[in-house]
Design a protein around this ligand. Structure first.
Ligand SMILES: Nc1nc2c(ncn2[C@@H]2O[C@H](COP(=O)(O)OP(=O)(O)OP(=O)(O)O)[C@@H](O)[C@H]2O)c(=O)[nH]1
Length: 683
């Protein structure tokens, strides 16, 4: 693809789902049927094409989203496989940001599951047109209509059946064309179509009506045909479905079984027919350095604007996955990255690669609409905008998530200290949800991540990729503080100090107030104080010192020194005494006054509260609920469907440590759970 390439034939598509719904199994089929891979790698053999990290193969889960491309009916599909485990949510978020459409995979027995809701929220944030593939229809208890109902009820989506699976006949019916599609050959690669028999067609009258009415809403001419009982042309129905899907009004659904090679090719057809090309999406918007906004039509001619969405080490070298929104990029091109402080970082792109799961093909150029891999960039990281030096722009940044679990780390052998720091630095560049802190009091290094599995995988990578054995402390949950009440504080600073043999005086007074806010309000600092004596004003440097004092004071709560939140800090009044009221004097007066006010107010400890969903076999539900209650979880909802029980609750992260192992033993390995950070709270 390059300048002049037909973007209308490109689809940038993600596949997302709850863990184990079958994304990887489906992706393997998509690659195989399109000819992009020559054999199907099965997840349970540790052979999946996209799961290329050794940890992924060992755990049988997808950790890094890998980008790959495949040809289908004269189109190019760029596919991003996204991980299902909630510890890797950031990967899903990054992918959604640069995609044009997505396929959500459901388990035909379970329908919508907790993590499906999370990915749904993420795709909704970017208004991504979405198809559903209801997988595992071969399993006993699979129920297509029920799965679609969960899309409506739990996600508020508008599910519209396009194919209906008949696993017993190894076929699906296409409701648009009226064909019964069979899947022959060794691996379902030969799709054959015949007119559906009248009895089966009759049994699908309700589903077909849903489909036609949904399509008719998008096309008046079609509505007339449908309402007068006529049989519309398939092309007209496809076109109306496309309009409704792109507008986010409907979510076309396809049924089948990836593992049994049933119903997959119609999904590939649907990606081409129903999901948007980059040109069909609303143009991206970006901020100029002067604060104004610009919209970026997807065109190869303009000045470059591209978003780095993932950094990955490859054969020891730094590579940056990038989506180009405007312009064309060639090897050797200079680019700039605007930083939040207004500075510009200069970089040069050395090489461009086409992306595939584990091979790279060099490119001479790439342009708007494409996702490419760039080598040679030393500074660009996730969320950065790359642009041409003539027009610096910033595209909306990808939201970083809060890492809430920490572990003290040290190398097993003391001489590996440097090596460990270097390795962690590399890993942090790839993964913004991983952060290394130094504990000021103990001098220990603490690595923070999204959960136990996330950190465990990091340790495994340290060992495998960097040859480092690491000793880890007990998991420690990140904490915050808030205030127990409102209070005021005052401070007067007056002291002498010596600078270059001269006695200088520092003097200033400050009065502040602190007030607890409702949960989730965050931290609000107001630093526009009344200035005394009347008529005086703060210089820009003095004003900055006052603001900095308020910001810095909020980093250390009165109870145990954790960062404060859900608090308002107001600098009410400062008194100036001429030259001695230099910025350091104001900084000290304001900090001391805030510390006094906070001590007067008293602190309250806040812990991370997680939203948890547990899915277990019905017979284990009693003991699992009992266990959750003993962890003081607040159960919010529970339901039993088809032998599977689901509970939704909130619980303090402290009491969930080791829950993976405990749930496994309570359910003989059959239970699953997901959790995501909800808020910092007392309980
Ligand atoms: N019966 C049945 N099993 C399936 C089907 N599709 C996938 N599986 C099995 O379900 C399990 C999970 O499949 P994966 O493809 O790894 O699921 P995933 O959604 O990629 O999982 P993560 O990468 O861990 O998020 C594997 O054991 C598959 O063999 C299906 O259509 N029918």
């Amino acid at each position: 693809m390059s300048k002049g390439h037909d973007l209308s034939r490109v689809r940038n598509i993600g596949i997302a789902a709850h863990v184990d719904a079958g994304k990887t199994t489906l992706t393997e089929r998509l690659l195989f049927y399109s000819g992009a891979s020559h054999k199907i790698g099965e997840v349970h053999d540790g052979q999946a094409h996209m799961d290329y990290l050794a940890e992924e193969q060992a755990h049988g889960i997808t950790i890094m989203s890998a980008v790959t491309k495949l040809p289908w009916r004269d189109h190019v599909l760029q596919l991003i496989d996204t991980p299902g485990h909630v510890d890797f949510t950031i990967e899903v978020e990054r992918s959604m940001r640069v995609l044009d459409g997505c396929i959500v995979v459901l388990d035909g027995v379970r329908g919508v599951e907790p993590q499906t809701e999370t990915v749904w929220r993420q795709r909704s944030r970017f208004n991504l047109p979405t198809l559903f593939f209801v997988n595992k229809m071969d399993r006993p208890g699979a129920d297509y209509a029920h799965a679609l109902e969960t899309v409506r009820k739990q996600l508020g989506g508008e599910p519209v059946p396009v194919t209906v699976p008949f696993p017993g006949r190894n076929a699906v019916v296409n409701l648009v064309t009226g064909e019964l599609l069979g899947f022959g050959g060794d691996q379902g690669e030969t799709m054959t179509g015949e007119t559906c028999d009248p009895a089966t067609w009759e049994s699908l009258a309700g589903a077909r009506e849903t489909l036609l009415l949904a399509a008719a809403e998008a096309d008046e001419a079609l509505a007339e045909v449908v309402l007068s009982g006529g049989r519309p042309e398939p092309e007209q129905v496809w076109s109306a479905l496309r309009t409704a899907t792109l507008g986010g009004r409907i979510h076309p659904c396809f049924g089948g079984s990836a593992l049994r090679n049933l119903g997959v090719q119609p999904v590939l057809d649907a990606v081409v027919r129903l999901l948007p090309s980059p040109q069909d999406r609303p143009p991206a918007t970006a901020r100029r350095t002067d604060g104004g906004t610009v919209t970026l039509p997807m065109e190869p001619e303009g000045c470059l604007a591209a978003l780095a969405f993932k950094v990955q080490m490859w054969e020891g070298r730094r590579h940056v996955f990038t989506r180009i929104y405007r312009g064309t990029l060639r090897p050797g091109d200079p680019v700039v990255i605007p930083r939040p402080d207004g500075s510009l970082v200069q970089e040069r792109v050395a090489r461009l690669f086409d992306v595939d799961a584990h091979q790279k093909n060099r490119m001479d150029e790439a342009s708007a609409g494409q996702i490419v891999l760039l080598a040679g960039l030393r500074h660009a990281s996730t969320g950065d905008t790359l642009c041409c030096p003539e027009e610096p722009l910033t595209l909306e940044r990808i939201e970083a998530l809060e890492p809430v679990l920490g572990l003290a780390v040290e190398p097993a052998s003391a001489q590996d200290e440097e090596k460990l720091l270097e390795a962690l630095d590399k890993l942090q560049q790839e993964d913004p949800t991983l952060r290394l802190f130094e504990d000021q009091e103990t001098g220990q290094r603490v690595l923070r991540g999204m959960g136990e599995l996330h950190l465990q995988i990091v340790f495994e990578r340290l060992e495998r990729e960097f040859g480092l054995r690491v000793r880890a402390g007990r998991p420690e949950v990140v904490r915050r503080e808030t205030l127990a009440g409102s209070a005021e504080g005052e401070a007067s600073i007056q002291r002498l100090f010596e600078q270059e043999h001269r006695q200088l005086e520092l003097r200033a007074d400050a009065r502040v107030s602190v007030t607890p806010l409702e949960r989730g309000a965050g931290l609000v600092t107001e630093s526009n104080p009344v200035v005394l004596p009347e008529g005086q004003q703060l210089s820009p440097l003095q004003a900055e010192a006052v603001a900095a004092a308020a910001r810095d004071a909020a980093l250390t709560g009165p109870l145990a020194g954790y960062p404060l939140q859900d608090v308002q800090i107001r600098v009410e009044q400062v008194t100036l005494y001429g030259a001695p009221s230099a910025p350091p004097a104001l900084y000290q007066a304001v900090s001391t006054a805030i510390r006094k006010a906070m001590a007067n107010a008293g602190g309250i400890l806040l812990r991370p509260i997680m939203a948890v969903e547990v899915v277990v076999p019905e017979e284990n539900f009693g003991s699992v609920l009992g266990d959750l209650q003993s962890r003081q979880a607040t159960i919010q909802a529970s339901a039993i469907h088809g032998g599977t029980a689901t509970a939704r609750c909130t619980c303090a992260l402290d009491r969930l440590l080791g829950y993976t192992t405990d749930l496994r033993s309570l359910t003989h390995g059959r239970g699953q759970f997901t959790m995501r950070f909800e808020r910092f709270d007392t309980e």
